[in-house]
Design a protein around this ligand. Structure first.
Ligand code: TMP
Length: 218
């Protein structure tokens, strides 16, 4: 498909998934796939992509911070997000055609909401501190938790949590995908990258044609 004039505001695509699900490979594939089609693409990651966000990321992932309370953890993820949105995302959405974020608020709903049991608190605070920004498309890379964890060389504070935690995350992502079927598309990420990439391009093509149509006939 040729480059389309999407709109004055970039399409906002988020990539989600369990640990070791292949997000980084998918994001670099997706970014070059879109650039080859002439789109101006910007990629961010969460938590991070700002000076403050990267510092918060270090606190969150540092295994030494074993006493971080669940509510503090939630607030730190939200803080990194508002910093990214206010400092960079809003601006980027006006400057690029497609903005990709490696994780966004679904991670909080799943990791802190489902994983840590913060449910409704995570839901309402996520709503408040996403500052009205909703992804237009979310790809969830679905894989067996153990398979993903085995791919990791060194585990951080979150990755080191027990398998039961990671299994809850998978259920959480699938529940969200069922709740928001228009926005969230599940990619079977259990196989090789050669199996995963075509699924990604298919979903992106469907999204781009629908998105362009919506912009022309809102
Ligand atoms: P990453 O290593 O995939 O970039 O993500 C950082 C870690 O933070 C990962 O274990 C998922 C976790 N996380 C949350 O628990 N809640 C969130 O809101 C976000 C964005 C990430």
């Amino acid at each position: 498909m040729a480059k389309k004039n999407l709109s004055s505001r970039a399409a906002f695509i988020t990539i989600e998934g369990l640990e070791g699900s292949g997000k980084s490979s998918v994001i670099s594939y997706l970014s070059s796939f879109l650039k080859k089609r002439g789109f101006r693409v910007k990629v961010f990651r969460e938590p991070g992509s700002t000076c403050v966000g990267e510092k918060i990321r270090e606190i969150l992932l540092d295994k030494k911070n074993s006493r971080l309370s669940v509510h503090t953890e939630l607030l730190l993820y939200l803080a990194a997000r508002t910093q990214l949105i206010e400092e960079k995302l809003f601006k980027a959405l006006g400057l690029f055609d497609i903005v990709i974020c490696d994780r966004f608020f679904d991670s909080t709903l799943v990791y802190q909401g489902f994983g840590l049991g913060l449910g409704k608190i995570a839901e309402s605070s996520v709503k408040m501190f996403s500052l009205g920004l909703d992804p237009d498309l979310t790809l969830v890379l679905d894989t067996e938790p153990l398979k993903g964890l085995r791919r990791l060389k060194k585990k951080d504070r979150i990755e080191s949590r027990p398998l039961t935690f990671h299994s809850r995350l998978r259920k959480g992502y699938l529940a969200l995908a069922e709740k928001f079927p228009k926005r969230i598309k599940v990619i079977n990420a259990g196989g090789s990258l050669e199996d995963i990439f075509p699924q990604v391009s298919k979903q992106i093509d469907i999204f781009l044609s629908r998105y362009a149509r919506k912009r022309i006939n809102p």
